[in-house]
Design a protein around this ligand. Structure first.
Ligand code: HXC
Length: 258
């Protein structure tokens, strides 16, 4: 498929890479860009050759937020009519893991996009922030909710109310980021992590992602029951038989995704 705002690559076996590609606007997230990103991820999600995806920008900017020129004159009805944020929800339906590889600015919707991914690998120059308050609005694609759940109320308040930015090291310390690497290496680190996950038992990866995400949605009792059901369900797979047999036979498992 031809895309205008993103580049799609296969940098390693099992890995699908999407690069946001509006460098002159610091990858500001227009509606068409978000539609292309979601379409690319959805098509990778159904591609058996791909087990994990990476979303990245460039060294200077992951994304500087939703495109301000698209919404500057909008009314609430315009925002609803153009499904401004509804398209972001498509990311929640992706079954395979998605890793954000973030360098430079991850601001506003850019920070929210990274937060909506399953893991974040950051370069040393990454900067996470919710500057919407400077525009007279608030985060609209999960910033107040996901930040609060991840880094806690005190810091989330400061980010949303007073444009407090987090460096990569702070983000790692507060549990927002999985790994921090030099600018020259952060994308390789993300792709290597994605390739490792892609080489694992696909159904178990899928259910592990789903169960971890459920922890943010529900009570402990309901979450434990949900996890247990997924655990039992995996005993219906060939990969469970293979994985346990391989351990006992002291050999590497050969996963089938069945
Ligand atoms: C539209 C943007 C943009 C954005 C940058 N640009 N961010 N255009 N929407 N979010 C454009 C600028 O207009 C400019 O275009 C070009 O990119 C270069 O930006 P400069 O400001 O000239 O560069 P610099 O001085 O280096 O500053 C970089 C920056 C700054 C720190 C990233 O641009 C900035 O603060 N951007 C806005 C960040 C922001 O407020 N994000 C939140 C958006 S609201 P021209 O044509 O002049 O060269 C949001 C709500 C999400 O995200 C809601 C859920 C979907």
């Amino acid at each position: 498929m031809d895309y205008e705002n993103i580049l799609v690559e296969r940098p390693a076996e099992g890995v699908g890479l999407v690069r946001l590609n509006r460098p002159r606007a610091f990858n500001a997230l227009t509606g068409p860009l978000m539609d292309e990103l979601m379409s690319a991820l959805e098509s990778m999600d159904t591609d058996d050759a791909i087990g994990c995806m990476v979303v990245t920008g460039n060294e200077k900017a992951f994304a500087a937020g939703a495109d301000i020129s698209e919404m500057a004159q909008a009314t609430p009805v315009d925002m609803i009519d153009m499904a401004f944020i509804a398209r972001w929800e498509r990311l929640r339906s992706i079954h395979k893991p998605v890793i954000a590889a973030v360098s430079g600015y991850a601001l506003g919707g850019g920070c929210e996009l990274a937060l909506a991914c399953d893991m974040i690998v950051a370069s040393e120059t990454a900067q996470f922030g919710q500057p919407e308050i400077n525009l007279g609005v608030i985060p609209g694609a999960g910033g107040t909710q996901r930040l609060t759940r991840t880094i806690g109320k005190a810091l989330a308040m400061e980010m949303a109310l007073n444009d407090r930015r987090l460096t990569a090291d702070e983000a790692a310390r507060f549990g927002l980021v999985n790994h921090v690497a030099p600018v020259a290496e952060y994308l390789d680190v993300a792709v290597k992590l994605a390739a490792e996950i892609a080489a694992r038992a696909p159904l178990a990866v899928r259910l592990a992602k789903d169960a971890v995400n459920m922890a943010l949605e529900t009570t402990l009792s309901a979450g434990l029951a949900y996890e247990r059901n997924h655990f039992y369900a995996l005993f219906a797979t060939e990969d469970q038989k293979e994985g346990m047999a391989a351990f006992l036979e002291k050999r590497k498992p050969a996963w089938q995704g069945k």
